[in-house]
Design a protein around this ligand. Structure first.
Ligand code: FAD
Length: 457
């Protein structure tokens, strides 16, 4: 009888002192590319599209079975700061609108999550991006202070990919950290991070529209008292958090109502605890929401596959963007995008009513290419919420339109550098990127880009 059984190679390990020592092993290189993009969220997907459209052999590695990151796996809406970004971001907005999957919502836009998933895949495929889903980036390959590629883990085991340029768009700066780059994590004074939020999707809204978070907060408080529902709001009234965000298709809403505090967003134990606690909050909140006049017909469709992480590592780049830059409305010759979003710090301590910190007033500002260039290792670009900036500045630039705009700039820079064999991303003049992006519809401050979100009280 033929032997039909298979057996994988064993990797030597010894156990001792509460640690496992792994023997050296040979890891196969599954591919060599020009540009490797790690993470397929708003920043990663636009980076990969930009690089591939410039002719770079581009691979995007993503841990989930979809593109979009917090847009899709996180059920997050709205698409803040998506206008005036030009090029790929504008094309995405136009395609969503053409598909009937975008609607105006207050001062922003909301989108249909399922259409977003499909469109991103269609755009990636058309551009020639190679997608690799269900794969985690676990390590970095650094030689002589130059990042040469990464190590992956998947059902296929451990494999490597080498690349001329790597874009870290993991949100949390996983690649940069593994490559030995310096980073900040949390509020510098005590390391506390903004709370995580598990978004959830509801249907049955009909024509009901949210007008003000405090009005919804009061209606929920009243319903809890009237119906004697034992529920505690996970934030204060002054934070103005409870949001039911109407999104296409009609009658659907993405709800931002859960908050879990004092969690380490890089620790799987805290991510697990936080997810379980936030899901409990979501179901309890539904019981209250259904008692709010006008919302009696709503139903829970799903909680998000991924809890929303507001804050991870902020990696040291060639410019550290601070709140002083934001207050000054600073412009940069090598700007890759502008940003006008408020400094939206969700209370890191979960403090009680009245303890809200005063709003930090800023002006529209620009983000320089240097914030995307890792300082401690060559061959690495940062895009999205892990770029180089302070705890406060990050609370403004982390919105998805800005992250997507950084992504398209990072992909462009990666492709141009890869085409210039032997060059490093740090040598690329950021002014060239700015000029290209402006030619492709991106608006910078001198072109009249303004604050896109009204200041909160
Ligand atoms: C609850 C919440 C509400 C928000 N509300 C808004 C809002 O209303 N509007 C707005 O515009 N922004 C909002 N934001 C901010 C915004 O969603 C994020 O800052 C933004 O998504 C960051 O984009 P990114 O591409 O850097 O990261 P992410 O969206 O986090 O994408 C990172 C991607 O990388 C993948 N990945 C991570 N690590 C690895 C790895 N090691 N290997 C392989 N893949 C990996 C992830 O699966 C993910 O797809 C909100 C954020 C949260 C958490």
């Amino acid at each position: 009888m033929a032997d039909t059984f298979r057996r994988d190679a064993l990797h030597g390990k010894t156990l001792g002192d509460g640690c496992v020592t792994e023997s050296p092993r040979r890891v196969p290189v599954r591919s060599d590319v020009d540009v490797l993009v790690c993470g397929g969220g708003p920043a990663g997907v636009t980076a990969a599209l930009a690089a591939a459209r410039q002719g770079a052999r581009t691979l995007l590695v993503e841990r989930y079975g979809m593109l979009g990151g917090v847009w899709t796996a996180g059920l997050m809406n709205p698409f803040f700061e998506c206008m005036d970004r030009g090029w790929i971001v504008q094309e995405l907005v136009d395609r969503l609108r053409a598909a009937g999957a975008l609607r105006n919502w207050y001062y922003s836009h909301t989108f249909d999550t399922e259409v977003m998933k499909l469109l991103l895949e269609e755009m990636a495929t058309a551009a020639g991006v190679t997608l690799l889903y269900h794969t985690l980036v676990v390590d970095a390959i650094v030689e002589d202070s130059r990042l040469r590629g990464v190590v992956l883990e998947s059902k296929a085991g451990r494999e490597a990919v080498t690349a001329k340029v790597v874009v870290d768009a993991t949100g949390d700066g996983d690649v940069a950290a593994r490559a030995g780059c310096r980073y900040e994590f949390g509020r510098p004074s005590d390391g506390l991070l903004q709370p995580m939020t598990l978004m959830f999707e509801i249907r049955g809204l009909g024509d009901w529209e949210m007008n003000d978070a405090r009005v919804l907060y009061d209606a929920m408080t009243e319903a809890m008292a009237r119906e004697k529902i034992p529920y505690e709001m996970p934030f204060s009234r002054s934070k103005a958090v409870p949001w039911i965000i109407s999104a296409p298709p009609r009658g659907t809403g993405d709800v931002q109502l859960t908050h879990v505090y004092r969690m380490n967003t890089l620790d799987p134990t805290d991510l697990t605890r936080g997810t379980i606690e936030a899901r409990r909050q979501a179901h309890q909140a539904m019981a209250v929401l259904k008692r709010v006049p006008g919302l009696e017909g709503i139903e829970l469709v799903q909680t998000a596959p991924q809890i929303g992480v507001r804050e991870g590592r902020r990696v040291r780049g060639r410019h550290w963007l601070t709140v002083a830059d934001l207050k000054a409305g600073r412009r940069f010759d090598d700007a890759v995008t502008s940003c006008g979003f408020v400094v939206d710090i969700h209370d890191v301590e979960g403090r009680a009513e009245g303890a809200q910190k005063p709003l930090i007033r800023i002006q529209p500002y620009e983000i320089p290419y240097r914030c995307l260039v890792a300082e401690d290792v060559r061959g690495l670009l940062l895009a999205g919420r892990c770029i180089s900036g302070s705890h406060e500045a990050h609370a403004s630039y982390r919105v998805t339109g800005t992250c997507a705009a950084m992504g398209q700039a990072a992909g462009l820079a990666a492709a141009w550098t890869a085409a210039d064999n032997g060059a490093d991303v740090a040598e690329l003049p950021g002014e060239r990127l700015r000029a290209f992006l402006a030619d492709h519809g991106a608006r910078f401050l001198d072109d009249g880009m303004t604050m896109s979100v009204p200041e909160k009280e």
